[in-house]
Design a binder for this molecule. Structure first.
Ligand code: HDE
Length: 692
């Protein structure tokens, strides 16, 4: 068999949408050592007799164990837990007037992307559904160089100056004496920090709201957080905020679900993403910008654009769509791609520049620095997932894990030995020529006075939410502060809340059994309805999962009809029955995907009972039905499937419960629309009490 050609190591292959496979590492079918020596046996070490000691001579044993001993690399100091997908960004071309960045300016231009979602505080093996901020880091492999937009699902940040970042992270991570709690902000040091640094209040409000427990990555907004400076082909500049708007809408879990999922399925979000992609329902987001004039003030309508604890309400400056992101391919190898991908806020392309936001400035230092420890040296850009798709001709040489075989003798400029190359690129050559900006001032350790307003926008946030969202936020504050041991920390945080909103403070204080202090909340604050995520008209349901309770006597063709109707909207239907195996025979045969023993309500966005199903009193089934009902999920039953609902104590006339005679089109449409509004919140006050 002719040998497979080896890749040319001096010119690394670009990543394809499904990632690159280094064929040199997996060539041929024989088991070999790392040197290509074929091996006859990897199950027995070389011993002095079959009962004797192992011989030092066994180079295969030593190579296998030594490599294994070094399989782990340091996890990310923050955002350690993550999952990623490949996809494509397609530009609408509408940003061409404000930026010369080619991947944005040219209509229809497609750019490969790799996106990593993450939680901030937890270790790599922690649960997906903890209450936390989510990272939303996008690597655009543009033909002008790689652009990384390293954003979050919350548009503001805890701190205004990057010098405090180690402090907030030390406070949020497990306490250093006995290393707990894992991936939780519900502990003394976190609340100690945020109650003392009131600039954190706005971010904390978002964390305690439903935004802190997203339903899925598919239903999460993303934000660039900082203000960026865009430059167009005429050299004109504008200040912008970047937004990712999920096509599937913005939706969250309820707190009880998030807690159950952390135990029952810690991989809840990464499973949802990979299952959705496998089922042909890609994750989709619109990319958008809010554009503000770059008039020298770096403020807009009194909002300091350099302060990363402030948003620009969409009612003041609408988000203009500029392109679409589609994530449609799972990684080939978690370690090679998701773990080794290295984002950096300094990976910029012509037309996109930074501002003086002091948080952004510190990040520009941190991201390059951290990879050197995490990925073991300065050559991480050569790892397949990090290789730019634009041609690279740098003068960086040698170092740990150098995989390129550079040619030439003159890695310096100017030179006359390598024909003068590489040469400088100016604007016309798509060089990154920074826009000149005047920088003057005294060296001071101080913030501008405008950074001192820590409460107006948290007040706007609270008052812009719907009643049920406010209830969730009150519950979250009460839960988290209820886990704090130190009384003075609880009282100090209540004093913070008193400056946000008296109603919020009183309700949390009541839950804690403490008096509510008086504060001075801002008056006449503008409301921003776009901050609420509650909808009343059905949205898309692609990627949603519907559980159908059935047995061998059920109307199996009705399940098929529902499955087809759901598939037409990108959702999937999964049969739940008493035991595993199959229901029925032939064309109507249904695979049972969950038995009563293995099922839990959190796996499904909606539950239906098929007609003809014999009611069961199995406690696991009843628990599943009652939980889903309590969490306000869409419910349905056709025919005598209603008998099981009655047995579980579910009120058929409650909002979001759809009953039909058969699984005909009208029933399926109404039921799937109920899934599309995400939750029947009208049911909330009747069923949820204080458990969510
Ligand atoms: Fe990060 N952050 N960060 N951060 N960040 C990292 O870089 C840091 C900040 C964000 O999926 C680290 O490669 C500093 C804001 C995401 O690989 C590290 C400051 C925002 C990810 C780092 C911030 C983020 C990181 C850890 C304050 C939202 C995950 C590992 C000055 C706009 C990227 C790594 C991925 C990761 C430092 C603040 C988002 C240590 C010093 C604000 C999504 O470099």
């Amino acid at each position: 068999m002719p040998p497979t050609p080896r890749p040319d190591q001096s010119s690394p292959a670009p990543n394809g949408p499904t990632g690159v496979q280094d064929t040199a590492a997996q060539d041929g079918s024989f088991l070999t050592t790392a040197q290509g020596l074929r091996l006859p046996d990897t199950h027995h070490s070389l011993k002095a007799g079959d009962r004797g000691p192992t011989l030092l001579e066994d180079f295969h044993l030593r190579e296998k164990i030594t490599h294994f001993d070094h399989e782990r690399i340091p996890e990310r100091v923050v955002h350690a837990r993550g999952a990623a997908a490949h996809g494509t960004f397609e530009s609408y071309g509408s940003a061409g007037t404000v930026t010369k960045a080619r991947f944005l300016a040219q209509k229809g231009r497609k750019t490969d992307v790799f996106v990593r979602f993450s939680t901030v505080l937890g270790s790599r093996g922690s649960a997906d559904t903890v209450r936390d901020t989510r990272g939303f880091a996008v690597k655009f492999y543009t033909d002008e160089g790689t652009f990384d937009l390293v954003g979050n699902n919350i548009p503001v940040f805890f701190i205004q100056d990057g010098i405090k970042f180690p402090d907030i992270i030390h406070a949020g991570k497990p306490q250093p004496d006995i290393e707990l709690p894992q991936a939780q902000s519900a502990h003394d040091s976190f609340w100690d920090f945020v109650s003392l640094h009131t600039e954190a209040t706005h971010h904390v409000m978002w964390n305690m709201s439903d935004r802190g427990i997203p339903r899925s990555y598919r239903t999460m907004e993303g934000f660039g957080v900082h203000t960026f400076r865009l430059v167009n082909a005429d050299g004109e500049t504008r200040l912008v905020k970047f937004h990712w708007k999920p096509v599937a809408g913005v939706h969250s879990l309820v707190w009880e679900e998030a807690q159950i999922a952390a135990g029952v399925d810690p991989d809840f979000h990464r499973r949802d993403m990979s299952d959705g992609i496998k089922a042909g329902a890609p994750l989709e987001y619109e990319f958008g910008i809010q554009v503000m004039p770059d008039d020298g003030t770096e403020t807009y309508e009194g909002i300091d654009l350099l302060d990363p604890t402030k948003i620009v309400p969409e009612e003041l400056v609408p988000v203009q769509p500029i392109g679409k992101l589609t994530l449609d391919a799972n990684p080939t190898n978690y370690f090679a791609e998701t773990e080794q991908v290295a984002f950096h806020t300094g990976h910029l392309v012509p037309g996109i520049e930074v501002t003086n936001d002091p948080l952004m400035q510190a990040r520009l230092f941190s991201y390059l620095d951290t990879q050197i420890t995490r990925l073991g040296g300065p050559n991480f850009a050569q790892l397949p997932i990090n290789r730019p798709h634009a041609p690279v001709n740098d003068m960086l040489r040698d170092g740990m894990h150098q995989t390129a075989v550079h040619t030439g003798v003159a890695p310096y400029r100017d030179n006359s030995l390598d024909e003068g190359e590489p040469v400088d690129a100016d604007n016309d050559d798509h060089g990154y020529v920074q826009t000149e900006r005047l920088i003057e001032g005294r060296a001071v350790r101080a913030n501008p006075v405008s950074f001192d307003d820590h409460f107006t926008q948290p007040t706007m946030f609270y008052r812009s939410l719907s009643g049920v969202e406010q209830e969730h936020l009150v519950e979250a504050f009460t839960f988290e502060l209820g886990k704090v041991y130190e009384q003075n920390i609880k009282e100090r945080e209540l004093a913070v809340l008193a400056n946000v909103d008296a109603d919020l403070c009183e309700r949390v204080a009541e839950g804690l059994g403490l008096p509510a202090p008086a504060g001075v909340p801002a008056e006449n604050v503008m409301l921003s309805p776009s901050l609420s995520q509650v909808i009343d008209t059905p949205g898309p349901i692609a990627g949603r999962k519907i559980g159908v309770v059935a047995d061998s006597g059920s109307d199996l063709s009705g399940i098929d009809k529902l499955r087809k109707a759901a598939a037409a909207r990108g959702a999937t239907v999964h049969v739940i029955a008493a035991t595993g195996g199959f229901l029925g025979k032939g064309a109507r045969r249904q695979i049972v995907e969950r038995s009563f023993l293995t099922v839990r309500s959190i796996e499904f966005d909606a539950i239906v009972v098929a007609g003809g199903t014999t009611p069961s009193t199995d406690i696991k089934l009843i628990l599943m039905l009652q939980e889903a009902f309590r969490h306000c999920k869409a419910f349905g039953a056709w025919g005598d499937g209603t008998v099981l609902l009655e047995a579980a104590g579910i009120d058929e006339s409650a909002p979001g419960v759809v009953i039909g005679a058969t699984a005909v089109k009208a029933f399926n449409d109404e039921f799937l629309d109920a899934v599309g509004v995400h939750r029947a919140w009208d049911r909330a006050s009747a069923v949820m009490g204080s458990v969510v």
